[in-house]
Design a binder for this molecule. Structure first.
Ligand code: TXA
Ligand code: MG
Length: 339
């Protein structure tokens, strides 16, 4: 199949493809999603097959307006407050659904579902024109870094999906915060750009310990436990900027072909010949660049080791570190190894 590149001018064709049960990737402020009519079970099923996603990992229902949520779920007063404050935006809200209103394929058999209204105006227009909510997992092969450009989407899915709506690079760079509003207190299941500091003033105490995350994110295949967002090379997290000098020596001595994923201040100290990808200047630019950087190293297949910069795990840093640690399978540089 020829994968089309849709733009603002061809939005109607993209909406028609969705209505016809085909897969169309779409931009959001976080990452690109893989869209399919959420009310068409066969279409939703093909999303799992195309991504290679475990079938019990439920999908997000992406909507253009609140009425699309009300068709399937009860919007509690607390959830409505979150929607007032943060929608459209990078917050996915888990709600109890009307029994039988969404297929098991979408919900993974749960009595709840995840709802999200993205900030990208073109995507909301796409969903409005399609007239149905669309499922929207990240538009990457399962286990690979989420896509932050249409090129990333095509890298994984060219020839396998009907099209991608191209609206340039995404803004945030990591997926939305997922908050479960069906439990008390409300619980963050996945950290994102909107953290407990932003949520608590609106709905009171929010559990951000993420005890539940394992249940929704653990892949079933043994040995795949930490293979998320992973490039072909082994990623090693360098916890402190001042450890880079020592880490570079250790990597050189290891004999491995290594690369560096770090901010400009650190890259200035890295020899020119070493493959390197800039995380910009701070945690915001780093979060924006992280997945693109991990994918960039896949285009340099000689690199077998990527030294990646950590940030303090607070605010946006919590979202950044959550993704980085998964991509690294929790491997940190250990100064004791370098002695
Ligand atoms: O930013 C985002 O949220 C992107 C863009 C494309 O919208 N989408 C995205 O979708 O990241 P996905 O499917 O890769 O992540 C959805 C997360 C998964 O961790 C899934 O397990 C969880 O939400 N989830 C979905 N429904 C759930 C439910 N009913 N209860 C608990 N977790 C749920
Ligand atoms: Mg994903």
């Amino acid at each position: 199949m020829e994968t089309k590149r849709y733009h603002r001018e061809t939005l109607a064709a993209a909406a028609a493809a969705l209505r016809a049960g085909q897969l169309v990737a779409f931009p959001t402020e976080t990452v690109y999603g893989l869209g399919a009519d959420a009310t068409n079970e066969a279409a939703a099923k093909s999303v799992y097959a195309t991504k290679g996603r475990p079938s019990d990992n439920p999908l997000i229902v992406t909507v253009a307006n609140r009425e699309m949520v009300a068709r399937f779920a009860t919007i509690t007063p607390q959830a409505a407050k979150l929607m007032d404050q943060f929608w459209p935006g990078p917050l996915t809200i888990i709600l109890n659904i009307h029994p039988g209103s969404l297929s098991k394929t979408v919900t993974g058999g749960l009595s709840t579902a995840a709802f999200r209204m993205p900030e990208n105006a073109l995507t909301r227009e796409l969903i409005a024109q399609a007239g149905v909510p669309i499922v929207g997992p990240s538009a990457n092969l399962s286990g690979k870094p989420s896509p932050t450009t249409a090129e990333h989407v095509l890298h994984d899915f060219d020839g396998k999906i009907a099209g991608v709506l191209d609206d340039g690079p995404t803004q945030v760079g990591v997926e939305s915060t997922v908050i479960d509003m069906t439990v008390t207190p409300a619980a963050i299941l996945r950290p994102g750009a909107i953290g407990p500091q932003e949520l608590a003033p609106i709905i009171g105490f929010v559990d951000s310990e993420m005890h539940h995350v394992g249940a929704s994110e653990t892949p079933k295949a043994p040995g795949m436990k930490y293979k998320h967002y992973a490039p072909a090379a082994q990623v090693v997290v360098v916890d402190k900027p001042e450890q880079f000098a020592q880490t570079l020596k250790w990597a050189a001595a290891s004999g491995q072909a290594y690369g560096v994923l770090a901010t400009d201040a650190i890259l200035q100290t890295v020899p020119r010949a070493i493959p390197q990808y800039s995380l910009g200047v701070d945690v915001k630019s780093a979060t924006h660049a992280l997945f693109a950087g991990l994918r960039w190293f896949d285009l340099h297949p000689t690199v077998t080791l990527v030294l990646a910069q950590a940030f303090p795990a607070a605010g946006l840093g919590a979202a950044y570190m959550n993704r980085l640690l998964k991509s690294a399978g929790n491997e940190h540089f250990n100064p004791a190894d370098a002695k």
